[in-house]
Design a protein around this ligand. Structure first.
Ligand SMILES: [Zn+2]
Length: 154
């Protein structure tokens, strides 16, 4: 049985491309060794701003909308999926403890919405950081104001 497919799922790929087009630079599938000793590998990591993005598969991470447990082999999948979800939560907590902002997106989230969520998190952490555009990341231009589907600006 193949392990959790972690990288280069289509929604993740689309999100990465969109962020790249907006001028953001990130590391993909980058392993973080946290002080707690825990190793976490976000799908997309903005190391200077400490924003970790995960694009979670609806099945593997038990999305409330599409994560209906498989009827066959419930005895096998049930505990496995619960374990996945528990690990997600532990990883989130470890990241937050280490000063990271965690963004988790279901793979079913529309691209526009996913981009907006990530950009919002980056903007928030950018405001907190005293060195915008620190090593490894390009300085961000002014954020586009006319993002399609973005009605969250107030
Ligand atoms: Zn879903």
């Amino acid at each position: 049985m193949k392990a959790n497919r972690r990288t280069d799922t289509k929604p993740e790929l689309a999100l990465r491309h969109a962020l790249h087009r907006l001028g953001y630079r990130y590391r993909k599938d980058y392993r973080l060794d946290l002080d707690s000793g825990r190793r976490v590998r976000p799908d997309i990591a903005f190391t200077a701003r400490k924003v970790a993005v995960f694009v979670d598969g609806c099945f593997w991470h038990a999305c409330p909308e599409h994560g209906s447990k498989p009827r066959a082999n419930e005895w096998y999948w049930g505990p496995k999926l619960i374990k996945n979800v528990e690990r997600d939560r532990v990883n989130d907590a470890a990241l937050i403890l280490a000063g990271w902002t965690v963004v988790r997106l279901w793979e079913h989230v529309p691209l526009d919405e996913a981009v907006t969520t990530v950009v919002t998190a980056l903007t928030a952490s950018g405001l907190a950081a005293d060195a915008p555009g620190a090593a490894g990341e390009q300085p961000d231009q002014d954020l586009p104001r006319n993002q399609p589907g973005d009605d969250s600006l107030s």
